[in-house]
Design a protein around this ligand. Structure first.
Ligand code: BYC
Length: 314
């Protein structure tokens, strides 16, 4: 009887915190489904950052100049850092990084669909910065106000770094657009490949998004998938015009009434195929991650042995 009453009080306190837009902190009581939803989303986000190092990492050894190489190295290292902040935020919910890593490698947890596409030219480094980090910013700036404290605080730093990533991508593409015809063609070809997958990053349309309603009621998500996708289109169309590239969608046009751009239909069959593991690079990405994990076993063993020795020396 008392336990039930206590639980009801705790639920009321939780609901009140959410209603006041205050933060839930790790030691606060929270409904089990809230905790599970956060673990799912934050883990998927962390895995995306770690797997997201691969497509760009592919070009570090072939960067066209020392300056471009230094920028790309810094960006890929930032992504490792984002993964670590996010795994740490997830650990405050009672799961270990090891557990999450094993779930990524077994396919039990997802990572963003976008990283299952290949990077075929150096222009892709610019396009990923412009469109993929651009989409990440649209999605993640509102997450700075998410209801779970450690996630929101991690997002503040991540977003600052994502802004730099987006600008370096845009600047790289702008430089190529001022170059030769061949360079301009490389940029256009790259944008043609990445535009639609970048729009898929926001997730399925609201009507097919089983998690949005509850995640919004809990203040985990602040906007729906379609709202953020629209924001991305509205932000990007003028940038594409300045850059001089054509977005591969004949249906893009300004809608005076909505004060927004209309755009065409995403190929949702392709999205679900990629999410289910059948994208062009799914197998390659996971195989690479598993190999890195195995190759790093000695580092983990040495760190554990060192920690144990320090403990006994105390
Ligand atoms: N890819 O009910 P929904 C980065 C899944 S990192 C794969 O709408 P939710 C960057 C979804 O998980 C980018 N799966 O879900 C890094 C769910 O399946 P489960 C990562 C997707 O969670 C390096 C099902 O579809 N950003 O930017 O309410 C270099 C139904 O979806 C995807 C984040 O993770 C997808 N695109 O909304 C450069 C941001 N979309 O889990 C850049 C944080 C959906 O029920 N995450 N699914 O089996 C979010 O904001 C939300 O989780 C999402 C999805 C908007 C992605």
């Amino acid at each position: 009887m008392t336990a039930v009453a206590d639980e009801a009080d705790l639920q009321l306190a939780f609901d009140s915190t959410i209603a006041h837009n205050d933060r839930i902190e790790p030691r606060d009581w929270m409904p089990e489904d809230y905790r599970k939803t956060l673990v799912r989303q934050i883990a998927q986000h962390a895995h995306s950052e770690i797997i997201g190092m691969q497509p760009e990492g592919n070009w570090i050894g072939r960067a066209p100049s020392l300056r471009r190489k230094a920028i790309l190295l810094a960006k890929v290292q930032d992504e490792a850092g984002h993964g670590l902040y996010l795994y740490s935020a997830c650990e405050t919910l009672g799961v270990s990084r090891e557990e999450l890593t094993l779930k990524l490698m077994s396919g039990a947890q997802k990572y963003s669909s976008i990283f299952n596409y290949p990077t075929l030219s150096y222009a892709d480094v610019g396009t990923i910065g412009w469109l993929v980090d651009g989409a990440a910013i649209c999605n993640q700036v509102p997450l700075c106000r998410t209801s779970y404290g450690p996630y929101g605080r991690a997002m503040i730093r991540v977003c600052k770094e994502e802004s730099f990533h987006q600008r370096q991508g845009y600047e790289l593409l702008m430089t190529m657009m001022r170059g030769t015809d061949a360079q301009r063609e490389m940029v256009q070809e790259s944008v043609d490949r990445f535009w639609w997958p970048a729009l898929m990053m926001f997730g399925p349309p609201d009507g097919d998004s089983p998690n949005t309603e509850r995640s919004m009621a809990w203040g985990i998500k602040r906007h729906t998938n379609d709202e953020l996708r629209q924001r991305m289109v509205d932000m990007t169309v003028p940038q594409a015009e300045k850059l001089g590239v054509t977005l591969p969608d004949p249906d893009i046009r300004w809608n005076e009434e909505r004060q927004s751009y209309d755009f065409g239909e995403v190929d949702w069959d392709e999205f679900w195929a990629v999410v289910k593991g059948n994208g062009p690079c799914n197998e390659q990405r996971l195989a690479h991650r598993r190999k890195a994990y195995d190759d790093g076993a000695w580092v983990r063993e040495a760190a554990m042995a060192y920690a144990a020795r320090e403990e006994t020396a105390r």
